[in-house]
Design a protein around this ligand. Structure first.
Ligand code: ZN
Length: 259
């Protein structure tokens, strides 16, 4: 069992054993010390030490990732840390990095402070990178990497108090299974951090992902349950918005008569 072994480091590892991982669609070869990669990942342990291993050749292809993600994984294997700028300097999909269009309630992010905008972009790049690394840790069975990504995700969030862009949150749901804790965490976090400024793009993204929308709604419901009951009576007073009054006169009369 791996858990009984000590986590490898540069004083106790076997420097004679390396394996080759062919990374991404171009199968770029990367050499990694076997002790490190097999300690953390059941997938690689089975591949290189298990009964399925192919005789002699200690190489495996990992096509569904890229060199950026794999390099961060190797850095983490050897140092125990996710590189602090990981994700920030990537060429990322502008759709999930840039600010949103004019929101329904008149809040215009384009008019927000340029510094704040840049902070949001940097934040989204970091979240996007961390998501890719989490997905790698999910596919290749690396629980301690997933935990460290979660910690980095929350540290990033604590620093700026912005939730990730909805495009990234949609990808969290699209790329990860229901059991993934990152999925649970982003719904809870959004329920707490959502400022109420909802852009048209965000509404469209929510509609594309009803499971995510339902999880956020449930998290919010749990949270609101604890809010002062007076909020409910304020809500009762605003019910005229749901009446189909044919004229303003009738609407005004209804509003005056409300309890
Ligand atoms: Zn009314």
């Amino acid at each position: 069992m791996a858990s009984e072994k000590q986590r490898p480091n540069f004083t106790n590892c076997d420097f004679t054993q390396q394996v080759t991982i062919k990374v991404g669609s171009e199968a770029a070869p990367v050499s990694v010390y076997e002790d490190f990669i097999c300690y953390h990942s059941k997938f690689f342990r089975n591949a290189f030490k298990g009964p399925w291993k192919e005789g002699g050749e200690q190489a495996i292809t990992v096509a569904d990732t890229n060199l950026n993600v794999f390099s961060a994984f190797v850095a983490w294997l050897y140092t125990g840390e996710i590189p602090p700028a990981f994700g920030i300097d990537w060429e990322a999909d502008e759709d999930i990095i840039d600010s949103d269009d004019l929101s329904n309630d008149g809040y215009d992010p384009d008019k927000a402070d340029e510094e704040v905008q840049e902070l949001r972009r940097t934040n989204n790049r970091r979240y996007n990178g961390l998501l890719q690394l989490y997905v790698f840790g999910d596919r290749y069975d690396i629980p301690s990497l997933r935990t460290d990504v979660m910690k980095a995700w929350h540290r990033q969030q604590d620093k700026v108090l912005f939730p990730a862009h909805f495009g990234i949150l949609r990808d969290v749901y699209a790329l990860l299974p229901k059991t993934a804790v990152l999925r649970k965490s982003v719904a809870q976090d959004l329920a707490l951090l959502w400022t109420g400024h909802v852009s048209k793009k965000e509404v469209a993204l929510l509609r594309q992902c009803p499971v995510f929308a339902a999880d956020v709604a449930l998290a919010m419901a749990k949270r609101l349950w604890r809010v002062d009951q007076r909020q409910y009576s304020n809500w009762q007073k605003s019910r005229c918005q749901f009446h189909d009054h044919p004229s303003d006169k009738e609407r005004m009369q209804c509003e005056m008569n409300k309890e």
